[in-house]
Structures are given as structure tokens and as C-alpha cells.
Design a protein around this ligand. Structure first.
Ligand code: TPP
Ligand code: MG
Length: 657
């Protein structure tokens, strides 16, 4: 790393002495006295060029500049061979950032140009996004598959305002995203009025409650240190987005004192393991329990997480309830009891691993008459939490959920703590325990089998119905992808069939949830995950609600433009159906009938033709599929397109759930 840094520094110094005439021609050619400007190297230090003389002069402070401000410049003074943006790109390269998602804007034109012409549009490569929300959500989906963050940049003030909801989702989901925004800090440098309305003294204020850290560097050295720090903070569990506001002048102006600039090396933070004595106590509780249950949510941070959880559960032969925030546990594993929550009621010890809303997992909520909750676990059940939840909290947004009592709270990263916990558990399991555990595991396996058989039979209900049942839609899709190396990266709200029926068995087979339940997440986040899957040759697919699709349908243009293969299946119930049901419940509660409840909750009159929209964005489209018999052939054609490296959409007119 150190030698890398040294060679990079060398590159920067070299660049400042050797002008790349070709690269900067567009600047010079427009206004300058041609040959003189082209042959005059600009020393990026205390020297400035004097275009009228075609020579370099020492910069003199004071009256000379005062005069310049009151007189119109005779000629455009721009003639430079480096820009601050170049240095910023060199910093991104050291951080191994593959993509920069953006909607273009003048407040970061300096960086944009440097990415293309200094960086060669690789590491990072620009992803063109028609909406800032797409850029951030793509980064969210990408990070969970790829295990590293993507950067996005947006226009000062207005672009960031568009990015906010996606940043909130990523923050609630504890996913790292390197967010940047352009700004013009110095008032006297802002030119036209749009530059004023797009500038702020503290641009990050709007997102400060849901980023882990932010900064507005005022020098290139400051940028380098803050960029490396931002990356480190974002990727240290609990992970979260970070925000850097980038001064346009800093990006656009020549680099001065290039030889003093240094890119600090990035050292990865080792995630904290829970206290070993506490883990030993937990191991004792788990081994002594008659019915221990593990609940997990955002546990598997890396592909290693799933294997560790399988090892712990198999050692104990205990039930696992997976809330699905990450790909934690194989769906068909005999110990996966996510759809048999009765295990929570039977548990004498519950271990919660990185569970975001533990109260919600352990209590039933009913708001049909009055808002009321009741515990679903026994009074004397011992509850233990292991996770990074307690290590990081913010006050304003209430993503922490209701306070849940626990008997033992171990602060630490669950995935990092599992090896020690497994070791402690194994130490305590003697032959007697082993056979008792095996008997428990056998019972659980039988109960699991019954649940799967039940799901299979439930799935046949209304098999030939039109609109198509969601069970049939999922079964038809699975039938066609199960022998591929597939990755399911998105799902419409409450669509549980894949987890009930499919064999979801590898770390990339599922990509978790939105985090903040901000609708409009699924389509772009799925595309970001598809981008990460592309180089592995995986068949990426996602289901998504029609309501979700309507927020940022232009995501499909990004998919087509960047040739990102993904099968996107619109679960088209022609409604914001979750809200439709809430409204019906409300009307019923008030005794006023449900005749008006499709107002404001349905997406019909006119019906939306999603396949035509897809084609308009250059994406292969099938549908609307209304007759279930048409679904199989349509999926086959769409999958064939995806296998050629293109995105494809299938619009399936479905029942609500
Ligand atoms: C940004 C945002 N706006 C509104 C909501 C409220 N909301 C929750 S679910 C939902 C319906 C989404 O529709 P769709 O994706 O079609 O899913 P469906 O409920 O029909 O299965 C809405 C509007 C939200 N969560 N986020
Ligand atoms: Mg819908």
C-alpha cells in the first residue's frame, strides 16, 4: 500500500510538470492564443499563466486581483494541465471504487471531466442515472452483493434533495454508500443565479441525521484525508452512507503544491467481537436450553456469515428464524423455521443476531381497533442480543424500534463473534447433549418438512386463476431458473413464496430488504445488485411491485444503456395494495364500507403497460401477462434475452398477495 501511494504521488507530480495538451485542448482551443498557450507549461504552484503574454508569472497578491474583479477579463484565463478533480480521481483509484453513479451537473463538472479524461472512465466508471434516487439505490443493492461500496455524486442542493430517500433506505439498511455533492463555497465565485440556488453553506445538513459522517473539504489534502476517512467509517460495522460536499473550485482549479499532496493509506477496521466472557455465558445458556431459537436479520455481512450460522445452528440443532435482512440461512435447511414462528412461543432461550426490530420480532401488533401489542414469547424466556445495534444510534429518525428488554446484551459484530461462540458451544456439548440435540433436530426437521409440503399445496390454490396467483408466478419463475446460477435480488412487498418454496442456498441468492421501506427502492437497488452479479455471470432476477416501479421507471434506461442483464418481473396488482388494505381496514373500523377505498390506492384507469414502457427505454418487454398459460413462454423468451447480456421485463397481472 505504501509503495502504491508513493508511485501515485509520483504520478501526480509528473502530471503537474508535463502538460497533457490533448486532454486540455477543449479548454484552450476555445479561447486562448493557440500555440503560445499550448506550449506553455503551467507550474501548478504559486505561478499563474498570463494568457495575454503566453508566459508564466509569479502570482502577486493584492491590488492586481482587486483590479481584475472590477475590469472585464480580456481573455479567458483558463490554461491548465491538471485539475483538483484529477487528484480526487487518483484518491478514488486507491480506494478501489469501481463505479460513480450520477446525474450530471455543473457543480461537479470538474470531477466529472477528470473521471473521464484523467481517470480513463475506469475505477470509477460513470453510471448515468436519470434520477439521484436511482444512483443511491443502485449503490445500496451493489454493496450487499459486492461487499464494497460504490460512489455517487449529485448536484449541490437539488440533486441531494432527490437522493435523500434512497440515502435513508441505505442508512436504515446499514449499507455503505459514498455520497458526494458539488457545491460552490466561496460566494464571490458563484456566477449565475442557478449557482446560488444550488449552493449552501452546509449542504449535508439535510442528510446529517442519516449519514454516519460528513465533511466539506477545503483543500485537496483535506479531501484525500476525508475521502479515506469517509470510506473507512462507511465500511466499519455498523456500516452506513457517508457524505462529502465537494467545492467546485477545488475540483476545477489547477493543483498547486502537487509534490506535497499525499494520499493516506486505507487500513480496514477489524469489526469488534463480543466480549469472550459474555459469549461463554451465552454458550452455556444455549447448551442448557431445551428449546433455543436464533433470530437473525442483518447478520451475514460477508459470504462467510451464512456458513457460520449454519455451523452454530447445526451444533445446537436449534430452530432459526430469518427476518431476511441479509442472506443469513438457507431456506430449505431443516432448521430454518422462518415460517413457523411458533418456535418463538416455545423457546426458553432466544438469541437475536443483528436483529433490527427485535420488539417487532417478539411481539404481535394489531391496529385494527386500537394500536396494541402482546408478547409472543413466554414470560420466563431468556433473551440475549448479539449485534452492533447498541454501538451506533442516532436520535431523530426512529429506526431503532420499540425498546425490547433482554437478559444479556452483547455489543459486537455478530458475524465476527460467531467463531468464538461456536467454539464455546462445542466445548460444552458432551455425548449426552449430542444425542438430545439430535433428537430435537429430528423433530424440527419433520416440522419443517410439513411446512414446506403445506406451502407446496397452498401454492396450487387458484393455479389456473386470472389474474395470476403470486404463488404460480413464483413457481413458474423458479421452474425456469432453478438450474441456473441465479441470484434473487429484489421482491415486492409481502411476496413470501420464494422463501417458502425455493431452495435459496448460496450467499448471493438473496440480497435483503430496503431498510427504510421507502418505496421506489426495489427496481434501482435490484439493478445495482445485477451490476455486481454481472461479472460473475449470475442470472439476476427480481420481483417488484407496480407501485414501486412507478417511482423511478427510468432505471430501465440505465439498465439498457450500461447493458446490465436482469430479469425484472413486475408483480402488477394494479394497486398500492398494502395501502389499499390499510384503507379498507380503516373504512371497516369506521363502519363506512369499502366502496370508496380504491380512490388514491389503485393504479388503474388507465392501466399501465409496463412492457411498452420497458421497450421505450430500450429494454426487452413481455406482457401484460393475464392468462397463466402465457406466463411460461413469456418468461422463457425474457430469460433468453437476459442470457444475451440484456435486461428484460415481464409484466405479470397478479392477485394482490
Ligand atoms: C416513498 C414511499 N411512499 C409511500 C409509501 C407507503 N407505501 C407502503 S407500501 C406502498 C405500496 C407499494 O405498492 P407496490 O409496490 O405496488 O406493492 P403492493 O403493496 O401493491 O404489493 C406504499 C405506497 C412508502 N412506504 N414509501
Ligand atoms: Mg402493487
Amino acid at each position: 500500500m505504501a509503495s502504491d501511494t508513493a508511485s501515485r504521488e509520483g504520478t501526480m507530480s509528473k502530471r503537474s510538470n508535463l502538460p497533457d495538451a490533448g486532454r486540455r485542448n477543449f479548454l484552450k482551443g476555445a479561447t486562448l492564443a493557440g500555440a503560445a498557450a499550448l506550449t506553455t507549461p503551467v507550474a501548478a504552484n504559486t505561478q499563474i499563466s498570463d494568457p495575454s503574454k503566453g508566459s508564466t508569472k509569479a502570482a502577486v497578491p493584492g491590488p492586481r486581483f482587486a483590479a481584475a474583479e472590477t475590469m472585464p477579463p480580456s481573455k479567458d484565463p483558463i490554461s491548465q494541465t491538471t485539475s483538483g478533480g484529477d487528484f480526487m480521481v487518483d484518491v478514488f483509484k486507491t480506494l478501489d471504487i469501481d463505479y460513480l453513479a450520477m446525474n450530471c451537473a455543473s457543480s461537479f463538472r470538474g470531477l466529472h471531466e477528470a473521471v473521464l479524461n484523467h481517470g480513463g472512465n475506469t475505477k470509477p466508471e460513470i453510471l448515468t442515472c436519470p434520477h439521484e434516487e436511482i444512483a443511491v439505490h443502485m449503490a445500496q443493492g451493489y454493496a450487499k452483493i459486492e461487499g464494497k461500496p460504490m460512489a455517487m455524486i449529485c448536484h449541490g442542493v437539488v440533486g441531494l434533495q432527490h437522493a435523500t430517500m434512497a440515502m435513508y433506505n441505505a442508512w436504515c439498511d446499514r449499507v455503505p454508500v459514498i455520497v458526494m455533492g458539488g457545491n460552490i463555497i466561496e460566494a464571490n465565485k458563484r456566477g449565475t443565479y442557478p449557482e446560488w440556488v444550488h449552493a449552501a453553506i452546509d449542504p449535508s445538513a439535510i442528510v446529517r441525521d442519516f449519514v454516519k459522517w460528513d465533511d466539506q473539504p477545503t483543500s485537496l489534502q483535506h479531501f484525500a484525508e476525508s475521502a479515506v476517512r469517509a470510506y473507512k467509517i462507511a465500511t466499519t460495522p455498523p456500516m452506513a452512507p457517508v457524505m462529502l460536499s465537494l467545492d467546485a473550485e477545488l475540483q476545477e482549479n489547477p493543483i498547486s503544491e502537487a509534490e506535497t499532496l499525499r494520499i493516506p493509506k486505507l487500513s480496514k477496521v477489524i469489526p469488534p467481537q463480543g466480549d469472550s466472557a459474555a459469549l461463554a455465558e451465552l454458550a452455556k445458556m444455549l447448551v442448557a436450553a431445551d428449546n433455543p431459537v436464533i433470530i437473525c436479520d442483518r447478520m451475514a455481512r460477508t459470504p462467510a456469515g451464512m456458513g457460520r450460522l449454519v455451523e452454530l445452528a447445526e451444533t445446537l440443532q436449534c430452530a432459526v428464524v430469518d427476518n431476511g435482512g441479509r442472506m443469513n440461512f438457507p431456506s430449505r435447511h431443516p432448521l430454518n423455521h422462518s415460517f413457523r414462528r411458533i418456535v418463538i412461543a416455545q423457546a426458553d432461550v432466544i438469541l437475536a443476531l443483528e436483529v433490527n426490530d427485535l420488539f417487532g420480532s417478539l411481539n404481535a401488533f394489531n391496529d385494527r381497533i386500537v394500536r396494541a401489542t402482546r408478547p409472543t414469547y413466554k414470560k420466563d424466556t431468556k433473551i440475549v442480543t448479539l449485534g452492533s445495534r447498541d454501538l451506533y444510534m442516532k436520535a431523530n429518525y426512529q429506526d431503532f424500534g420499540r425498546y425490547q428488554e433482554a437478559d444479556l446484551t452483547i455489543a459486537g459484530d455478530a458475524e465476527a463473534s460467531l467463531p468464538t461462540l461456536i467454539e464455546q458451544v462445542k466445548r460444552l456439548v458432551d455425548d449426552g447433549k449430542k444425542s438430545a440435540f439430535a433428537a430435537r433436530g429430528k423433530k424440527l426437521a419433520a416440522a419443517k418438512l410439513a411446512v414446506v409440503e403445506r406451502a407446496k399445496s397452498d401454492a396450487t390454490i387458484g393455479w389456473d386463476a386470472s389474474p395470476i396467483t403470486t404463488a404460480r408466478m413464483c413457481a413458474e419463475v423458479y421452474g425456469q431458473i432453478k438450474d441456473e446460477d441465479w441470484s434473487l435480488v429484489g421482491s415486492s412487498i409481502r411476496l413470501t413464496w420464494p422463501h417458502r418454496l425455493w431452495n435459496i442456498d448460496k450467499p448471493y441468492r438473496w440480497n435483503g430488504l430496503s431498510g427504510g421501506f421507502g418505496v421506489g427502492h426495489n427496481l434501482p437497488a435490484s439493478l445495482g445488485a445485477a451490476l455486481a452479479n454481472k461479472k460473475h455471470g449470475r442470472l439476476t432476477l427480481a420481483f417488484g411491485g407496480d407501485g414501486d416501479f412507478m417511482f423511478v421507471p427510468s432505471t430501465l434506461w440505465t439498465a439498457a444503456h450500461h447493458r446490465i442483464p436482469m430479469l425484472y418481473i413486475v408483480h402488477n396488482n394494479r394497486a398500492y395494495h398494502q395501502e389499499y388494505m390499510y384503507l379498507q381496514a380503516m373504512a371497516a373500523r369506521h363502519g363506512r364500507g369499502i366502496t370508496n377505498t380504491d380512490i388514491g390506492t389503485t393504479i388503474k384507469d388507465p392501466n399501465v403497460d409496463y412492457a411498452t414502457i420497458a421497450r421505450g427505454f430500450g429494454v426487452y418487454g413481455e406482457g401484460p401477462i393475464i392468462d397463466p398459460k402465457d406466463l411460461g413462454p413469456a418468461l422463457k423468451r425474457a430469460i433468453a434475452m437476459v442470457k444475451t447480456g440484456q435486461p428484460a421485463l415481464v409484466d405479470v397481472v397478479c392477485d394482490p398477495r
